[in-house]
Write a protein that binds this ligand. Structure first.
Ligand code: SAH
Length: 231
């Protein structure tokens, strides 16, 4: 295996220059980025680019998000050390590791078994013991472990799955990319005593959420399905 020679220096630059320049000021979030070696979560051929502010392939046609996007998501999730978080689309496990530094427990679901197994090995190697992984369709959520203070969906959905809203505590926050193959928006959903509030955050680009309450096929080209929800 080719060793990437000075990952710490590149990581320091990401934390001290690139992320602050992109507007990330929260010291807890910056500390999480400093603590998690992103180069261990990407395909070996891309390790030397791991600390650039760019998305990268993680295998199986999936990608790891760019650090500034992840930081913005973590910021709007407003996590505290007491929070239990549900992550849908754990992928490489990188965001899972960041969440593990910011919350009390992380429950992470991934539909592609080999990706989840790889993620598990990495998280175990980093000694992150407050994480549980499950292989399966995350559009059903993980009801046995809910309700959650925060839910983060890392794949683009045509709608907010009702099962996920039901597993969000009142006052809880969810971030989810909504849209179709033509356009997507990152949306924050806040559970209220009756119903939900929705805040539009930004344009974004995520791989499709494939599952019972997401996209049913690999190409989410259906028309007129954008953003439907129970409101
Ligand atoms: N946050 C991840 C990014 C993963 S990309 C990281 O840091 O690496 C999105 C992931 O969502 C992919 O791994 C994909 O397999 C997964 N995914 C898509 N639909 C899913 C579903 N219904 N349930 C669980 N995972 C899903």
């Amino acid at each position: 295996m080719v060793q990437y020679s000075h990952p710490e220096i590149a990581r320091k630059k990401l934390v001290e220059r690139i992320l602050p320049k992109a507007g990330v000021r929260d010291v807890r979030i910056l500390a999480a980025f400093a603590a998690v070696p992103r180069h261990l979560f990407v395909e070996e051929a891309f390790q030397s680019r791991a600390y650039e502010d760019t998305s990268l392939p993680i295998g199986f046609g999936q990608t790891i998000s760019q650090p500034s996007t992840l930081a913005a998501i973590l910021q709007v999730l407003e996590l505290s050390e007491k929070d239990r978080v549900l992550e849908i689309g754990g992928g490489s496990g990188y965001q899972t590791a960041l969440l593990a530094h910011l919350a009390q427990r992380v429950f992470s679901m991934e539909r592609v078994a080999p990706l989840s197994k790889l993620a598990w090995r990495r998280l175990d190697r980093l000694g992150l013991s407050n994480v549980a992984l499950r292989i399966g369709d995350g559009t059903y959520g993980w009801p046995e472990q809910g309700p959650f203070e925060a839910i983060v969906v890392s794949a683009m959905s045509p709608r907010v799955p009702d099962y996920l809203i039901a597993q969000l505590r009142v006052g809880g926050r969810m971030v989810i990319p909504l849209g179709d193959s033509r356009s997507q928006r990152l949306v924050k959903v806040i559970r209220r005593p009756s119903g939900v509030d929705r805040v539009d955050l930004a344009a974004c680009q995520f791989v499709p959420l494939i599952g019972r309450f997401g996209w049913e096929k690999k190409s989410p080209a259906r028309e007129g399905e954008t953003g439907g929800m129970d409101s």
